[in-house]
Design a protein. Structure first.
Length: 264
């Protein structure tokens, strides 16, 4: 069982996960605002260079070589995931209710950070990030994937068509069904990510569970995956939530690549 730990830096709280112990990493709370990844990297991981993209709820995953240099807030490329290519590269994503996914390869030291809301999840952005890691020398068995604080399924109300678009990635037969039939089919799945809602035309959607099932279908074992128990919507002390308060604010998650042990 993977454990999640509260850490502090200058009395500010952030989360780490035991699954990613080999890497410097963290899911940072709203109390770190308004610090940027560039500032956080300089203060927490001064030996590393920070990389982030301008998130657009898509499925593009970028590597540092595909980004402007030097990178700064005014020249960010569009993308919702970043992978490392060398040691001491800090990759970051920001989220409020979407899922911040951090990935590490225990053999190569490579890492990735992915922003996975329902739209990115419907486009299978996390498997896409893993495919990029595999192209850079990773093996599935060496990957560790941790999903940080996000809105929990029991409080995330969505339209039924949104649930079908998202969960169709784990049940590809559903788009051919009528909407009500598709929802019933998804709710009957083991460990279903689609939960009932009392309002007609609505259901509750567990986006992190959709991502976990995508990863299992990709070939990752359950012990390679960790899901944070923390809900951004239900924890106003620590996390911004667009569902709770529609503000243009978010918290950051980042991970720093290690020296490569296999791939140069």
């Amino acid at each position: 069982m993977h454990t999640w730990h509260w850490q502090t830096w200058n009395d500010l709280p952030y989360l780490t996960c035991s699954l990613l112990e080999p890497w410097q990493h963290g899911w940072f709370t709203q109390k770190f605002a308004p610090k940027t990844p560039f500032e956080l990297t300089a203060e927490l991981y001064p030996q590393a260079i920070a990389y982030r993209a301008k998130q657009v709820h898509g499925d593009k995953v970028l590597a540092p070589a595909e980004m402007p240099s030097p990178l700064h807030a005014d020249n960010l490329p569009d993308g919702d995931g970043v992978i490392s290519q060398d040691a001491h590269q800090a990759v970051w994503v920001c989220t409020a209710d979407c899922t911040p996914v951090l990935i590490g390869d225990v053999q190569t030291g490579q890492v990735a950070a992915v922003h996975a809301g329902w739209r990115g999840t419907a486009k299978k952005i996390v498997p896409g990030a893993i495919e990029r890691l595999l192209q850079h020398g990773s093996q599935l068995a060496n990957l560790r994937v941790a999903m940080g604080p996000a809105i929990a399924g029991e409080v995330y109300q969505v339209d039924t068509d949104v649930a079908v678009q998202t969960a169709a990635t784990i049940a590809p037969e559903t788009p051919e069904m009528a909407l009500d039939e598709a929802i019933a089919h998804l709710q009957a799945l083991p460990h279903s990510p689609v939960l009932p809602d009392p309002q007609v035309g609505k259901v509750r959607l567990n986006v992190r569970q959709v991502n976990a099932l995508q990863l299992e279908q990709l070939g990752l074992a359950p012990e390679q995956i960790a899901i944070s128990p923390h809900c951004t919507y239900q924890d106003p002390d620590n996390f911004f939530s667009h569902r709770r308060a529609p503000l243009r604010k978010a918290q950051w998650a980042g991970i720093v690549s290690r020296g490569l042990s296999v791939v140069d």
